[in-house]
Ligand binder design. Structure first.
Ligand code: DUT
Length: 243
């Protein structure tokens, strides 16, 4: 349908404690169209991860409504909801096993072609194939040790091989250099045009070219728009830009 990959937050508040906890999200409202790239930026503790973790229902909102593809997620089966959504977490989790096993984890029916395509989009294929064993390279205790940025790219490939409608990158390109990160975003634009992407980042260059940018401060959205608009209107964004 036409709404594949749309996300709507309507006056969403959230606290980690069921009763009376300090809200970490306050009256969050924004919409994301199918295929859009949305950047999320803000200081540490401002609620960026909490916000995206509500989308696959890792936690449920305390009040307000979240819709995915136009449907209120509070009435959806989390397992079915999560089939559409891939989250690349802040902390990369790779296990002892081959690169191939690590990319396919949770998606063992993926074909070799699908795996290589995902790895190419994540800018991982070239460094993987530069190892003599290629995709059969063993990671972990008895294997090779990838760099932080290489691990993050394997983790992104793992998300892409699932062919999600919504991809959430939770500050998972921090160890990837700016040029490589730009290549990943370009590959996603080219090969996954209908994929909705939410990108949490610390660096402004990671979100500058997004269709819209959500600026978070103390659990609230304090800016919403494109880079140029925010540079003209949002003090918090200007401060991040200058830092
Ligand atoms: N918080 C909890 N419990 C959790 C996770 C976070 O109480 O399991 C609090 C810490 C913080 C607020 O929620 O006061 C928002 O945290 P979040 O991790 O969402 O903020 P962030 O913007 O993603 O911070 P960072 O950039 O450091 O990842």
């Amino acid at each position: 349908g036409e709404q594949r990959g749309s996300i709507d937050f309507d006056n969403v508040s959230f606290s980690y404690e069921a009763a009376g906890g300090d809200p970490v999200l306050r009256n969050v409202t924004f919409s994301c169209l199918p295929g859009q790239t949305v950047g999320i930026i803000g200081s540490t503790g401002s609620g960026k991860s909490s916000l995206v973790n509500l989308i696959p229902r890792f936690y449920d909102a305390s009040s307000g409504t979240i819709r995915v593809n136009g449907k209120d997620i509070s009435g959806m089966n989390p397992r079915i909801l999560r089939e559409k959504i891939a989250v690349v977490p802040q902390k990369t989790v790779l296990f002892t096993g081959t690169v191939l096993e690590n990319i396919c984890f949770g998606n063992e029916q993926a074909t070799r072609e699908e795996i290589e395509h995902a790895a190419k989009m994540a800018e991982a294929h070239d460094f993987i194939t530069s190892f003599p064993e290629g995709y059969d390279t063993l990671l972990g205790q008895k294997g090779v040790n990838f760099s932080g940025g290489q691990k993050q790219r394997v983790s992104i490939a793992r998300a892409l091989v699932r062919k999600p409608e919504i991809l959430i990158l939770d500050d998972c390109t921090s160890a990837v250099d700016v040029a490589t990160e730009a290549n990943i975003k370009e590959a996603l634009r080219t090969y996954a045009q209908h994929l909705t992407c939410l990108i949490i980042a610390q660096r402004i260059t990671s979100v500058m070219d997004a269709d819209q940018i959500v600026v978070m401060d103390q659990g609230r959205i304090v800016g919403l728009g494109k880079h140029e608009e925010l540079m003209g209107s949002c003090k918090v964004y200007q401060e991040i830009f200058q830092s």
